[in-house]
Design a protein around this ligand. Structure first.
Ligand code: ZN
Length: 281
């Protein structure tokens, strides 16, 4: 039995052909995807091969991965035989995307959605975007250094595990600079979308085919990555905290939401008195 903390049971021993998978209810598709990632991790990464887990393993038996350990030894966790993920479409938070410039993320281009190297790219501004989607850092720096031009529709700020989530202050600053609503989109390690903010602005909707979010004690957040064939990572300890809510969102999307996402304070490894002793010793 293989049980995910916030989802129904899945078993490891029932491989499902892809042709059936497409017609499965979304919860079963999610379970099937979890199982595929688990098998890819076990069979194709040095980390997975070193784990002592049998076919009767439960989800709780899958150990968590320390983020720093992963960053220092990425090759251990990489499936070198996997192809790259398909290019994703930009998820626009409200209705259809207007003329939108995307920076720092390789999404599918359409006649309304175009990708650019940087916010400093003159071609971007000649495109006359009504909305901009870019890494939060880039949006902040551009607003600070170049005096951001007001937009017509929205700013989408990309955040991720390493950069950390958007703070209220960030949102306010971006709102003041670009004079449009700000929507956060939380990305995975290769830029795949994991969670996104809707017009209700109460938490981030989890993209369930791309991520499983779990919370532990102290609201510590773990993420399993389901849409990154290169990195079949399960249960990464992110250093972030948040709460998962499942109540339906007034926007009409029923996926779970991560609310109050924030970086956990770093615990000092040396207690204050020990530090004092070390300092004088
Ligand atoms: Zn919503």
């Amino acid at each position: 039995m293989f049980r995910a903390a916030h989802y129904h049971k899945v078993t490891l021993s029932l491989p499902m052909p892809w042709i059936r998978r497409r017609s499965l209810p979304s919860e079963d598709r999610h379970a099937a995807r979890l199982r595929e990632v688990y098998h890819a991790m076990r069979s194709s990464t040095r980390y997975g091969q070193s784990l002592d887990l049998g076919e009767s393993a439960k989800w709780a038996d899958v150990p968590s991965i320390d983020l720093l350990e992963f960053l220092c030894h990425t090759d251990r966790y990489t499936d070198a035989s996997a192809g790259s993920a398909n290019r994703e479409e930009l998820v626009y938070p409200v209705g259809r995307a207007p003329r939108t410039a995307v920076v720092g993320r390789d999404v599918k281009q359409t006649w309304r959605v175009r990708t650019f190297e940087s916010l400093l790219d003159e071609k971007l501004w000649r495109f006359k975007p009504h909305a901009i989607a870019a890494p939060a850092d880039s949006l902040r720096c551009y607003a600070q250094d170049s005096g951001a031009a007001p937009l017509r529709n929205a700013v989408i700020a990309f955040s991720d595990i390493l950069q950390g989530p958007l703070s209220f202050e960030d949102s306010d600053r971006l709102w003041a600079a670009y004079q449009v609503p700000v929507f956060e989109q939380f990305l995975g390690l290769d830029g795949e979308l994991l969670a996104w903010e809707c017009e209700i602005h109460h938490g981030l909707h989890v993209r369930e085919d791309a991520a499983l979010f779990e919370t532990l004690v102290d609201e510590r957040l773990m993420i399993s990555f389901l849409a990154n064939p290169r990195l079949p990572l399960l249960r990464v300890e992110t250093g972030l905290a948040g709460r998962i809510v499942k109540e339906p969102c007034p926007c009409g999307v029923n996926s779970p939401r991560i609310v109050d996402l924030h970086r956990r304070p770093i615990k000092r490894r040396i207690a204050a008195h020990e530090f004092a002793v070390a300092a004088v010793g």
